[in-house]
Design a protein around this ligand. Structure first.
Ligand code: NAD
Length: 264
C-alpha cells in the first residue's frame, strides 16, 4: 500500500475478467488505498466480476450496458447514494463487431460504425457528464485508447476511427471540466491479450511485432498500465490534463522495423 489514493473513491468501468486492463488499474488503485466501485456488463460477466470485486473489497455499482442510458443513470444513482461523491473515474470500454476488425476499413457498415462510436466514444462523454456532478472536490477521469487512432494499424479499422474521436473528446472534456479542478486524460496502451483484443485479426502477430520492435523489446502488462493509471488518477499528475499518455514500451516513437528483429 503506497497510500497514493488513500481516502479516495472511484468508479472503474470495463472489468470483464482478470485479464482486463480495467482489472490491472483496479488492483493498482486498491493497492494505493482507494475504495473502488465496479460495474459489469450483463449477467454473463457478473459471475466473473463478483469474485474480483470481493478480492478488492470493491462495491458493485450494478449491471451497466452503456447503450442503455437508464442503466448508466442507475449506476450513478447507486454511487451517489452510497458515497455522495467520487474522486476518480476509469472508462475501459470499447466494442466493434469482430467481423469488421479484419480486412479493410472501407467495408465498415453503417450499423457497426454507429454502434462502435456509441459504445467506444459517446459512452465516455455520457459517464463523464454524470461523474462531473459527483466530483465536488475535483477529480480525475481516465479512458483507454490505442495507437490505431494516430496511425493505420492492421485490422483496427473502425476502432481506429473511434479511438481518434475518443482522443479528441478527451481534449474537449478536459476544457469543459477543468475549471472545476477535474482532469481528463487517456492512456494509449500497447497491445495486450484481453477478451476485446482477441476479436482483432492477426492479434498474435501484432503482439510479436510490438515485442520485437518496441524500444523496450517487450509488450506491456495490465500491471504496467495500472501503475501509469495510478499516476494519472492521483495528485502526482495534478498539472496534467487533456493528455494522451503512451504506455506501450515506447512503440509509438519508432519509425522503422528494428534491423535485428527476427522475421515473424
Ligand atoms: P476487455 O474485453 O477486458 O474489456 C472491454 C470491456 O468493455 C469489457 O468489460 C466489456 O464488458 C466492456 N463493454 C463492451 N461493450 C459494452 C457495453 N455496451 N456496455 C458496457 N460495457 C461494455 O478488454 P480490454 O483490452 O481490457 O479493453 C479495455 C479498453 O482498453 C478498451 O477501450 C480497449 O479498446 C482499450 N485498449 C486495449 C488494448 C489491448 O490491446 N487490449 C490496447 C489499447 C487500448
Amino acid at each position: 500500500d503506497n497510500g497514493l489514493l488513500a481516502g479516495k473513491r472511484g468508479l472503474i468501468m470495463g472489468v470483464a475478467n482478470n485479464r482486463s486492463i480495467a482489472w490491472g488499474i483496479a488492483k493498482a488503485c486498491a493497492d494505493a488505498g482507494a475504495e473502488i466501485a465496479l460495474t459489469y456488463q450483463g449477467d454473463a460477466f457478473r459471475k466473473r466480476v463478483e469474485p474480483l470485486a470481493t478480492e478488492l473489497g470493491a462495491y458493485i455499482a450494478g449491471d451497466c450496458d452503456v447503450t442503455d442510458m437508464d442503466s448508466v443513470d442507475a449506476v450513478f444513482a447507486n454511487i451517489e447514494a452510497k458515497w455522495g461523491k467520487i474522486d476518480f473515474l476509469v472508462h475501459a470500454i470499447a466494442f466493434s463487431d469482430k467481423d469488421e476488425l479484419d480486412g479493410r476499413y472501407i467495408d465498415t457498415t453503417r450499423d457497426n460504425f454507429l454502434r462502435s462510436m456509441d459504445i467506444s466514444v459517446y459512452s465516455f462523454t455520457a459517464v463523464a457528464q454524470r461523474a462531473e456532478k459527483l466530483m465536488t472536490d475535483g477529480g480525475s477521469m481516465l479512458t483507454l485508447t490505442y495507437y490505431g487512432a494516430e496511425k493505420v494499424m492492421p485490422h483496427y479499422n473502425v476502432m481506429g476511427v473511434a479511438k481518434a474521436a475518443l482522443e479528441a473528446s478527451v481534449r474537449y472534456l478536459a476544457v469543459d471540466v477543468g475549471g472545476n479542478g477535474i482532469r481528463v486524460n487517456a492512456i494509449s496502451a500497447g497491445p495486450i491479450k484481453t477478451l476485446a483484443a482477441s476479436g482483432i485479426g492477426d492479434f498474435r502477430y501484432i503482439l510479436k511485432w510490438n515485442e520485437y520492435n518496441a524500444p523496450l523489446k517487450k509488450t506491456v502488462s495490465i500491471e504496467e498500465v495500472g501503475n501509469s493509471a495510478l499516476y494519472l488518477l492521483s495528485h502526482l499528475s495534478n498539472g496534467v490534463t487533456g493528455e494522451v499518455h503512451h504506455v506501450d514500451a515506447g512503440y509509438h516513437v519508432v519509425g522503422m522495423k528494428s534491423v535485428d528483429a527476427p522475421d515473424i
